[in-house]
Design a protein around this ligand. Structure first.
Ligand code: IPE
Ligand code: IPE
Ligand code: MG
Length: 252
């Protein structure tokens, strides 16, 4: 007769299968403002906290061996915000880039910009281009971070269409020869694999103009966690979820 009940052993925690990780993750870093408001802080404090989260998550992706991370930092629509908030976001980008310039080589990553940097204040634009050029020269890079800044998926498509039309006009290509492969070479993401997984924190269930062309077959993961609270554990949860998805790409 059993006097005590043996506790059923709980199943071992699920672990990530390193052979089935996405090659490219996109993240819409959303929820900074609400995170700050919940704490009675100015929205800019949320952006500062979000920038810290970005650092942590970028290193976590690198350590997992994920070659490409694309983050949405500032959209073509975000200019509608109060000037102080826009300036604070620009200031945080500047701070991060100065730091990245120091660390890229040591930490084995590079930064590439997606988006139209033309309306960005000249000094910051120069710093963006300098960081991108310095990153291109780093050898043995294992991790590329694409920062979407003044980025919109529709704007990217328009810029690509204009560049392609100009090439047609100049006799460098023919309209009837245009195919997906050719067109994708005009996009900011030229040469990169499409994102396998797009993550949006903060509870919003939309893409807000993020990687419109490239996300056609991305797996989507939404969580209520606000970006400043996003952690490596939340990313791992998204990756576990991703590993259970059946990706068919229209096949069976
Ligand atoms: C995302 O956080 C950062 C940017 C859009 C620059 P938000 O600032 O949109 O935060 P919420 O959505 O207002 O909480
Ligand atoms: C998307 O977030 C843009 C970035 C995270 C940079 P938004 O907060 O701007 O998106 P909406 O307005 O909620 O769609
Ligand atoms: Mg938002």
């Amino acid at each position: 007769m059993a006097f005590f009940k043996r506790k059923k052993p709980s199943p071992p925690p699920e672990t990530l299968d390193p052979s089935r990780l996405p090659r490219h993750i996109g993240i819409i870093m959303d929820g900074n403002g609400r995170w700050a408001q919940k704490r009675g802080l100015p929205r800019t404090a949320g952006h500062a906290a979000g920038a810290e989260t970005f650092r942590t998550i970028a290193y976590h992706c690198r350590d997992l061996g994920i070659p490409y991370l694309t983050v949405y930092a500032f959209s073509t629509e975000n200019w509608k915000r109060p000037m102080e908030e826009v300036s604070a976001i620009m200031g945080l980008l500047r701070k991060y880039l100065l730091e990245a310039l120091e660390k890229m080589e040591r930490d084995g990553f590079r930064i590439v910009f997606f988006g139209d940097l033309t309306p960005v204040p000249p000094e910051l634009r120069e710093l963006c281009l300098e960081t991108q050029a310095a990153g291109a020269a780093v050898e043995g890079v294992r991790h590329q971070i694409n920062v979407c800044f003044n980025y919109g998926g529709r704007d990217e498509l328009l810029r690509a269409a204009r560049a392609w039309a100009a090439d047609c006009q100049a006799g460098r290509c023919l309209p009837e020869a245009l195919d997906e492969e050719t067109f994708s070479r005009y996009l900011d993401s030229r040469g990169l694999p499409d994102p396998d997984l797009v993550i949006r924190p903060s509870g919003e269930l939309r893409l807000s103009n993020f990687l419109t062309w490239q996300s056609a077959y991305a797996e989507l993961y939404f969580t209520d966690v606000l970006w400043p609270d996003f952690s490596p554990a939340v990313l791992d949860q998204a990756l576990l979820d991703y590993q259970h998805r059946a990706r068919r790409f229209g096949g069976i």
